[in-house]
Design a protein around this ligand. Structure first.
Ligand SMILES: NC(=O)c1ccc[n+]([C@@H]2O[C@H](COP(=O)([O-])OP(=O)(O)OC[C@H]3O[C@@H](n4cnc5c(N)ncnc54)[C@H](OP(=O)(O)O)[C@@H]3O)[C@@H](O)[C@H]2O)c1
Length: 413
């Protein structure tokens, strides 16, 4: 009988215990693995007195260690003390399953190395996309590919907000309030709306894809706070929606990683991922495009991934999730490094006075001008080699005395 401990008994921890109750017997029979949840770590014991498993509750990590567990499930969240606890457990040879993207984005590689050194494993399927299987398909089934790109809607909160802004023509503040009332956004939503949560998930995925530790702090990261209703109108005019994308793109030895609002064809696969759902599109050189989608959060969806990892560890079906290759030397570049269309919005006191400049600088770039009826803004769609070329062409516009604001969005087709 293996001893399993649970660090955290909140939304996900409760889902894990519910799944143990619901499917445990069947899975135990099928996998011939007996386990017992021998300790549950929480902060506030009183909060959990009436729950299942209350006889093994503790607020002391020392008690957890004293159980001499075989496997620990870390669903506490945050970087500390989760990092210290997971590191201590791995150093003792205890395998760990975690749903914690903050922990994996900050210390994932170090912890994976610690695990390897001590003959333990560290699995983290639930850390990106909750119950959507993406880490293991990525690192195992798609191993035969060189990954060319990852494009994902990986934050349910911002997807919910953007869907409300698009479908119900609400402003950003009202949509955020609805997300908070529906329980999809926290009272401090900064990490979601500023794009940091998506960047951390992209750091995990791109590090696996490109076999190199990629830090989320080194990525371009723009959230949804500055999206205006008129951006939604402009998107609508060209049959697109706006989504917050996490993008990783490899071209030769150059890798671009960013989180940014992107216009996407409303009838495309990613254009139809609405509300709190998540989706991840991966392009491999052999497999082509593959897509993963489903609920990006929630007690049972997340528990589904955690339990899957637990069963893999229990039954010894473990493989290296992440192979690091120190010989690889990618350059992380800040601009989107592929041919693309862009929507550029220009705010100006005198739009007509700007027309010649726009036409001159984008001559030969399949320029489409829109909203010429408006006195304050014009937007145009233009195609360039990459984002660097776009920025070069926009520089004189930026310097033009008529221009009061200028913003560009990638259009993903
Ligand atoms: N919720 C989701 O849908 C979802 C989806 C994917 C991934 N995740 C990830 O899963 C993890 C858990 O999320 P959650 O939503 O379940 O969080 P949660 O509801 O806030 O639960 C956290 C649990 O950890 C315990 N805890 C926190 N800090 C502790 C400490 N210092 N010492 C002891 N216990 C501590 C809390 O104890 P008390 O109850 O006593 O306060 C609580 O039981 C996070 O990393 C999150 O990013 C969550």
């Amino acid at each position: 009988m293996k001893r399993v401990v649970l660090l955290g008994y909140g939304t996900v921890g409760t889902g894990v215990m519910e799944l143990v109750e619901r499917n445990g017997e069947y899975l135990r029979d099928r996998y011939q693995q007996e386990f017992d949840v021998s300790g549950i770590l929480v902060r506030d014991l009183d909060k959990h007195r009436k729950k299942d498993g209350n006889h093994v509750l503790t607020a002391s990590f020392e008690d957890i260690l004293a159980q001499e567990p075989d496997i620990a499930i870390e669903v506490m969240g945050g970087v500390q003390p989760a990092y210290a606890y997971v590191k201590t457990l791995l150093e003792r040879g205890v395998s760990v399953v975690t749903a914690n993207k903050d922990l994996m984005a900050e210390h994932g590689f170090e912890l994976l190395q610690t695990a390897r050194l001590h003959n333990a494993v560290l699995y983290f399927e639930a850390s990106v996309g909750s119950g959507i299987p993406v880490i293991k398909p990525f690192s195992q089934s798609l191993k035969g590919n060189r990954i060319q790109s990852i494009t994902g809607i990986v934050n349910g909160t911002t997807n919910f907000i953007l869907s409300k802004m698009y479908d119900e023509k609400l402003g950003y503040r009202d949509s955020l309030k609805l997300a908070q009332e529906a329980g999809f956004a926290e009272s401090d939503p900064s990490s979601d709306v500023k794009g940091y949560d998506a960047a951390r998930k992209l750091a995990i995925l791109s590090s696996i894809a490109f076999e190199k530790a990629i830090s989320w702090q080194h990525m371009g990261c723009e959230g949804v706070e500055n999206i205006e209703p008129r951006d939604m109108d402009n998107a609508r005019d060209i049959h697109c929606k706006i989504k917050l994308f996490a993008i990783a793109l490899r071209r030769g030895e150059h890798v671009h990683c960013s989180v940014r609002p992107v216009l996407v064809d409303r009838n495309s696969f990613l254009g139809q991922i609405d509300g709190e759902n998540n989706a991840i599109e991966i392009v491999g050189d052999a497999v082509g495009k593959v897509m993963f989608t489903g609920a990006g959060a929630g007690s049972l969806p997340t528990a589904s991934a955690v339990y899957g990892d637990l069963l893999d560890v229990l039954s010894g079906h473990v493989g290296d999730i992440c192979a690091l290759n120190d010989d690889l030397d990618y350059e992380l570049i800040p601009y989107y490094n592929a041919q693309a269309q862009w929507l550029v919005r220009v705010d100006a006191g005198d739009i007509q006075g700007l027309m010649d400049t726009i036409l001159h600088h984008f001559n030969g770039h399949s320029l489409e001008l829109h909203r010429l009826d408006s006195k304050e803004q014009v937007f145009f769609v233009v195609e360039t080699e990459d984002e660097r070329e776009l920025l070069r062409k926009l520089a004189p516009l930026q310097a033009n005395p008529y221009v009061q604001g200028l913003r560009h969005f990638l259009i993903y087709r």
